[in-house]
Design a protein around this ligand. Structure first.
Ligand SMILES: Nc1ncnc2c1ncn2[C@@H]1O[C@H](COP(=O)(O)OP(=O)(O)OP(=O)(O)O)[C@@H](O)[C@H]1O
Length: 455
């Protein structure tokens, strides 16, 4: 990575929303008119010669962002500049030039290569389309050269092969050759080795590194495999539900993640640094529906470091559980019947049992603190202030009675958190940029929330 390099890609406030409604009839039929916000207001820069990693759970928008960068998708809003030119506003000539300079390699070479074309036909096609390398002989020579470069040698032996005659690793090398044959400057690689046998992945990745030097390439690597990201990438961007929530030099993002989601992601990769003594966060629950993302910080319902309100006098872990209880009541997910709390149970005991379930978190074994067994907790041991406890008990009674409206009314205005109220801006934190309320506003509160969460 050259810190003085010029920016090659500049992404500014880019969004890609997929509007799935089919029109008036769908809306009348009650079909969900909300668009999927696959990428939402994302900004970053990639310098010449960088390898930028994009990581995150499935469905968070990585592929959509990759396709935006090579103009396989038009942004819904925002701008993308490539080498100083806005790629959403190119003349035909500029677009032709752009198509030569940027390429994308996909996850599945079986899908990305035409099964009816020989290796020669697949690799020569971009030269024909772009009218490069003169006539047949020059093009054949170029195809042979690039096949040798990607390790398919002797190249002549591969020219007349069809995809079904090749292994996965050979096929991905053909796909790489097809991308590089036009001498591009920028290549987006979307999970380029995830379909390959584990034993050959390193070989393909090392080849891609060598080719970067040879071609002077700038790469984007999209992957959910964080060890790969760490091995390949100078810089890393983490996405969550269409949001870019953290970016920075890969080593900093891995060793000192700022966003609780990044921390949780790396938590799931024990081999990244088995010696690390840093506190590891934890994450619970599923990724929410991207059509209807949570308010404020999209990660807040799963966040272990959710920030308590100013007036909360208990500790942060207790607030986390209380907030989870509130969400489950408000969304009517907490059903006494489902929990085996029968109608004959005395009201106080029923409310107690409901609180016990509602305040429980399904934590991985290593994240349970002392006294926590199974997935439930003796909730009276939590550091919940008395007035909050009273509200919780009252609420639980209403839920047991089946009166969710009254329960919601009791919770209305209670247990607020900035994380649910305001979408965090990107802020500088160490060498990274991150979108998390822990890094803005009142430092006193920030410190308290962090130290409580680290307990
Ligand atoms: N063409 C499309 N039309 C409608 N929705 C789409 C389209 N492409 C992607 N999406 C939706 O956008 C969201 C982001 O998808 P995307 O494929 O970019 O995520 P991803 O992080 O690459 O996931 P994965 O790792 O599973 O490939 C998903 O909810 C997906 O269903």
């Amino acid at each position: 990575m050259d810190r003085n390099a010029d920016p090659l890609i500049e992404v500014e406030n880019v969004s890609k929303w997929f509007d799935m409604s089919q029109g008036v009839v769908d809306r009348l039929m009650g079909k969900d008119p909300n668009p999927v916000k696959a990428v939402d207001d994302v900004s970053f820069t990639i310098n010449e010669g960088d390898i930028m990693g994009i990581a995150g759970e499935s469905g968070c928008g990585k592929t959509t962002l990759g396709k935006l960068l090579v103009q396989l998708h038009e942004p819904t809003s925002g701008s993308i500049r490539f080498d100083g030119n806005d790629i959403t506003d190119m003349s035909n000539e500029e677009e032709q030039e752009f198509r030569k300079r940027v390429q994308m390699i996909f996850q599945d070479p079986f899908e990305s290569l035409n099964p009816r074309m020989t290796v020669f036909q697949s690799v020569v096609e971009p030269l024909r389309i772009n009218d490069m390398y003169g006539g047949y002989n020059e093009r054949r020579e170029r195809v042979i050269e690039v096949l040798n470069e990607v390790g398919l040698s002797p190249a002549e032996a591969y020219l007349n092969e069809f995809p079904k005659e090749l292994s996965g690793g050979e096929l991905q090398r053909v796909a790489i050759a097809r991308a590089l044959v036009v001498n591009p400057d920028f290549v987006v690689c979307d999970e380029p080795v995830s379909m390959l046998d584990v034993s050959i992945r390193a070989g393909v990745l090392n080849l891609m590194k060598e080719l970067q030097d040879e071609y002077g390439l700038t790469y984007v690597f999209i992957s959910h495999d964080l060890s790969l990201i760490r091995y390949m990438c100078d810089r890393t961007a983490i996405m969550y539900l269409g949001d870019l929530i953290e970016q920075g030099p890969t080593d900093d993002v891995v060793m000192d993640p700022k966003h609780p989601y990044t921390e949780a992601l790396f938590d799931a990769v024990p081999e990244v640094d088995p010696e690390s003594k840093r506190h590891r966060a934890n994450v619970t629950g599923e990724v929410p529906n991207p059509r209807n993302p949570p308010s404020g910080c999209r990660f807040h319902p799963r966040c272990s470091k959710i920030i308590p309100p100013e007036n909360w006098t208990g500790d942060q872990p207790a607030f986390r559980r209380v907030f989870k209880f509130k969400r489950e009541v408000v969304t009517e997910q907490l059903d006494p019947e489902d929990l085996g709390i029968g109608p004959g149970t005395p009201p106080d005991r029923a409310a107690d049992e409901l609180l016990e379930h509602g305040l429980a978190l399904e934590l991985p074994e290593e994240h349970k603190s002392e006294g926590e067994t199974g997935t439930t907790i003796e909730w009276r041991q939590l550091d919940i202030p008395q007035d909050a406890e009273q509200t919780l008990r009252e609420t639980a009674r209403r839920v047991v009675e089946g009166d969710y409206d009254a329960a919601r009314e009791l919770l209305d205005g209670e247990f607020q958190t900035i994380c649910a109220q305001e979408h965090p801006d990107l802020r500088t934190a160490g060498d990274q940029i991150t979108a998390c309320h822990l890094y803005e506003g009142d430092h006193q509160k920030t410190r308290r929330a962090r130290s409580n969460a680290d307990d």
